[in-house]
Write a protein that binds this ligand. Structure first.
Ligand SMILES: Nc1ncnc2c1ncn2[C@@H]1O[C@H](COP(=O)(O)OP(=O)(O)OP(=O)(O)O)[C@@H](O)[C@H]1O
Ligand SMILES: [Mg+2]
Length: 262
């Protein structure tokens, strides 16, 4: 692995639980891995993280150890804390014990990411839906924020408030993913309705086709659907869409804006 990179950090978040953040994080990591990018997944859903479990990973160190060692001047390299999943994907899981989660202060996130960004191409952060200091710090520090919405009045109403906060602060580094696959029978609001409610564009859609009845089989086996060649063949269009989304999320917008102005 080359020594100095500058990863693009993507925060995957939402304003309601159970909308598919963890599933999207895992499958997005799979797609970056297929695109030959070195990916680090950091599980900052501190109290109920599911990344290590979903990947059946045999873990030693967690994000608690990173922060604890930073606090006590023992931290040397981020690679001392990562667990390898495959050639391209590493993870830093959430704490094993919820009492450790309480000790993680958001002020260490910047240092953690600073150290990780020089080793990877992409960093994916799985979060909770709670708008606490930790999540605000992650959002502020990330290159891009991916907000996941579903066809749900509460999710839409709260997403509208979050987007309004971003807009009030002139922050535009966010994208919105409509996850149709989570609750395939829920379709009360049209795309037009949803855009009107959240007062923003919907950048991507994860279609109903991605609904996977056997998703728990993947979880038990520690596999990611989009790394399974059979799944790739039966979900060609979804894979294509996810690849486009993956590339778009890390696109060099600053450079592009400069180019457009020339
Ligand atoms: N495409 C899919 N097909 C079938 N089940 C899915 C799909 N996507 C997600 N699920 C299931 O829906 C549930 C919620 O998904 P997930 O855990 O990814 O959401 P989350 O936003 O991370 O939840 P939380 O807020 O609790 O962290 C899980 O049980 C997951 O296995
Ligand atoms: Mg989750």
């Amino acid at each position: 692995m080359p020594k100095f990179k500058k990863a693009k950090t993507i925060c995957i978040t939402s304003t309601k639980g159970g909308v598919g953040k963890t599933t999207v994080t895992l499958n997005l990591a799979a797609v970056y891995s297929l695109l030959n990018k070195k990916v680090l997944i950091i599980d900052l859903d501190l109290y109920s993280g599911g990344i290590a479990l979903s990947l059946n990973a045999n873990i030693d160190k967690t994000v608690f150890n990173v922060v604890d060692d930073m606090m006590n001047n023992r931290f040397r390299s981020i690679l001392d804390y990562t667990t390898k999943y495959n050639e391209n994907i590493d993870i830093i899981p959430s704490p094993k014990d919820p009492r450790q989660a309480m000790k993680i202060e958001s002020k260490y996130i910047d240092l953690l990411l600073y150290n990780a960004e020089i080793k990877y191409d992409v960093i994916l952060i799985d979060t909770t839906h709670v708008l606490n200091h930790l999540n605000l710090t992650i959002m502020d520090r990330s290159y891009n924020n991916l907000f996941i919405i579903t066809n749900d009045a509460v999710a839409l109403k709260n997403t509208k408030s979050l987007i309004a906060i971003f807009n009030d602060n002139l922050i535009d580094n966010y994208k919105i993913l409509y996850n149709e696959s989570i609750d395939i029978f829920r379709n009360y609001f049209s795309l037009f309705d949803m855009k009107s409610i959240i007062k923003a564009n919907i950048d991507y859609t994860l279609s109903k086709n991605f609904y996977t009845k056997s998703i728990d089989n993947y979880l038990i086996a520690g596999k990611i659907p989009f790394l399974d060649t059979k799944f790739q063949k039966t979900h060609k269009k979804d894979l294509e869409n996810l690849k486009n989304m993956a590339n778009d999320l890390i696109a060099d917008t600053k450079k592009k804006k400069v180019k457009d102005n020339v």
